[in-house]
Design a protein around this ligand. Structure first.
Ligand SMILES: [Zn+2]
Length: 267
């Protein structure tokens, strides 16, 4: 069984010892619909379900591996149940709750490096899987046989990144290019308390909302979107309470201290 040196090994038992051997011919990417660290994903597989993926990838680009790549993992349905013994290696990646956000630069760099390793270690060919059993690289919704009744995973933004950035990046890196180091994330400065009270319509409100969702403070029924609404205020109030504020300090109108702690990416 093979363990990727770029991942923290967190072996999942009893699955790691009990599940069938596979010959890995595919790498399939997922979004887990939760903003989880690789450690949290491990706990979920261990405690809450008998499913699992081979890898978990956090927003910050850190990877953990739960199952050796020559052992079956139960993401992606029939990709793991082929009679010829071939199978898919699966990567779950941190995302927002409805997997609508794009991968971060750090996630993209980690996926490219993992893809290079899959090519070099297991001979996964440099193409996008043409059928559900065709060796290559793919994402969960690419072929219906890879899910039970269909899935939107990993989400439209990430499917586009897969086609335009991740897969071409793997090909380029194998062919002698280097994997770009991710740009350090830059955060939006506090725009001032009055700005929020003007009920702005701005991509910064969407970015703020995504971070509130990631922090488990969502009070959104739909979205988040660019228009400041009462759902933003209620979600922000939940964030203020999470940071230890109460009363009028947790009224949902953003202040500098909680804004800086939220680390909203620049838009
Ligand atoms: Zn998936």
């Amino acid at each position: 069984m093979a363990w990727y040196p770029g991942a923290k090994k967190m072996e999942l038992q009893p699955e790691s010892d009990r599940q069938d051997a596979i010959r890995p011919t595919q790498l399939i990417l997922h979004s887990i619909a939760a903003p989880w660290t690789p450690e949290r994903t491990y706990e979920y597989w261990r405690d809450s379900t008998n499913l699992e993926s081979h890898f978990g990838l956090g927003y910050d680009g850190r990877l953990a591996q739960y199952i050796g790549t020559q052992t079956r993992a139960d993401a992606n349905m029939y990709a793991n149940e082929r009679a010829d013994g071939t199978g898919a290696v699966s990567v779950e990646t941190a995302s927002d709750d409805d997997h609508s956000d794009p991968w971060t630069d750090a996630q993209i760099a980690a996926l490219i490096k993992l893809g290079v390793w899959m090519h070099r270690t297991h001979g996964v060919p440099l193409r996008i899987c043409r059928t559900h059993s065709d060796p290559g690289f793919g994402y969960h919704s690419l072929h219906p046989q890879w899910s039970d009744g269909g899935t939107a995973c990993p989400g439209a933004a990430r499917i586009r990144q897969f086609r335009e950035v991740v897969f071409p990046g793997i090909v380029a890196a194998v062919n002698g290019g280097t994997v770009p180091d991710p740009k350090p994330e830059t955060y939006a400065p506090f725009p001032g308390a009055g700005w929020f009270k003007s009920e702005p319509n701005s991509p910064l409100i969407t970015a703020m909302g995504r971070r509130l969702v990631a922090e488990g403070c969502s009070r959104y029924r739909s979205g988040p979107g660019p228009q400041w609404t009462d759902a933003d205020r209620q979600s922000y109030a939940a964030w203020q309470r999470k940071r230890g504020f109460s009363g009028s300090d947790a009224d949902g109108w953003p202040g500098r201290t909680t804004w800086d702690a939220l680390r909203v990416p620049s838009v």
